[in-house]
Design a protein around this ligand. Structure first.
Ligand code: AMP
Length: 410
């Protein structure tokens, strides 16, 4: 059911809490190394500032496990946000409690405040109702923008919705959902999924779900070896999940019956050791030596995959084609980055490390959309529901209630 959108609401002068995902990477000195997640929330914050709302931002950062960990304070985020907005964003010393309440009560229209790390309280991850009520007590309107966290049933994601008068999505989540709809549920065809990464167990549900929706599925990364072994090939010491061999066979058979074209790599870069300095060579998929590790797709696989992409009108990509963090095993992934950016398709990238490859290649400009949600994006690819979105106010119900209220007061 369609959820309420920030623009459906009257926010002028109101205390609006925005749950954001400022779980940004920090270096050893606590400097932010990538502020994309902060920038992604600016349209919603600027919209609220234009409406002269009082903006209360809440987020988690890292895994402090319910304790105050100074190194995981949101202070660097408040500083970066102040610079990006061109106005002072104070950091409250906590996210609940009388001091925070007082600070919020003193806010003027057009003010922004950032509350301290939600996960300093163990109640956040336990979806504790009392904690959720305290947070909710700070605002009149709640906006969900923490897409990257929407697969988690935490207090600021799910519980809070029971205690706020109204809860809507902001510009970021709306965009995420619209692109997902265009790529997976209602794509221009042919639609192709590129799946890679380390573990089949993390992705088997995705392969299964996409087998009902895609025209082609290309499998790369270490995932490919469980598929190859299931067909009886020698894969040396490459990563394999033996417990999934049968399941993988069933999924491939289902895909075949559905008329989905399933592509596995036809050659690999293999190494004597899992080490960038090790001796390497390129071999076909039938010739992986028994004690070697296959760590990247080879040049013939790249050509095959590029060919398979040539008529695509929609491409979805999750997971690298090899151990791309090591230069010696990064060619396959970067060749696919080039192919995807050069295609004329609608292209969507998300989940895990895939966006890292695009950032490193300086190729983000060539992608239609890079999702901000790792686990949340994967959950959607599995065909699952996101609890953080499911719990928000339904647009239709809200509008019916309003019609009744307006009718009564007329
Ligand atoms: P994931 O988080 O499941 O998307 O997996 C990403 C990780 O998979 C990256 O760290 C890659 O180094 C790793 N990976 C991809 N292909 C291989 C491979 N052939 N052998 C070992 N690791 C791989």
């Amino acid at each position: 059911m369609e959820k309420l959108f920030i623009k459906d609401l009257e926010v002028k002068g109101k205390r609006v809490m925005v749950r954001v995902d400022y779980n940004v990477p920090l270096d050893a000195e606590g400097n932010i190394t990538d502020d994309s997640r902060i920038r992604a929330t600016l349209p919603t914050i600027n919209f609220l500032l234009d409406e002269r709302a009082r903006v209360i931002l809440t987020s988690h950062l890292g895994r402090p496990k319910g304790k105050t960990v100074p190194g995981l304070s949101l202070r660097p985020v408040a500083k970066r946000l102040s610079r990006l907005l061109g106005k002072e964003v104070p950091l409250a010393e906590d996210c609940i409690g009388p001091k925070v309440k007082k600070l919020v009560d003193k806010m003027n229209p057009g003010d922004v405040i950032l509350l301290e790390n939600l996960r300093f309280h163990p109640e956040e991850e336990k979806n504790d109702q009392g904690f959720a009520r305290e947070l909710a007590g700070l605002c009149e309107v709640f906006i969900q923008e923490a897409f990257g966290n929407c697969h988690r049933s935490h207090a600021s994601m799910v519980g809070i919705n029971d205690s706020v008068p109204v809860a809507a999505v902001g510009f970021l989540i709306k965009k995420e959902m619209e692109y997902f709809e265009k790529a997976v549920n209602n794509p221009l065809r042919p639609v192709v999924a590129i799946l890679g990464g380390a573990k089949v167990s993390d992705k088997i549900k995705i392969v299964e779900n996409l087998s009902k929706k895609m025209d082609k599925i290309l499998i790369g990364g270490a995932m490919a070896f469980t598929f190859l072994k299931a067909q009886g090939y020698e894969v040396g010491r490459s990563l394999v999940e033996d417990s999934l061999l049968e399941e993988v066979k069933v999924v491939m058979e289902k895909a075949r019956k559905n008329g989905i074209k399933f592509y596995l790599p036809v050659d690999f870069v293999v190494a004597e050791k899992f080490d960038p300095k090790a001796a390497t060579k390129v071999v076909t998929f039938q010739e992986i030596p028994p004690n070697w590790y296959a760590l990247d797709i080879g040049p013939a696989s790249t050509r095959l995959f590029v060919e398979a992409l040539s008529d695509a009108r929609t491409i979805i990509w999750n997971g690298p084609m090899g151990a791309f963090e090591m230069d010696a095993f990064s060619r396959g992934t970067y060749a696919m980055v080039e192919a995807v950016t050069n295609s004329h398709a609608l292209t969507i990238v998300g989940g895990g490390d895939t966006d890292v490859a695009f950032h490193r290649a300086g190729a983000t400009f060539g992608i239609s959309y890079i999702s901000t949600g790792g686990g949340a994006f994967l959950k959607l690819l599995e065909g699952g529901e996101l609890p953080g979105i499911a719990a928000l106010t339904n647009k239709q119900i809200y509008e019916e209630k309003r019609r009744v209220l307006v009718g009564r007061s007329a």
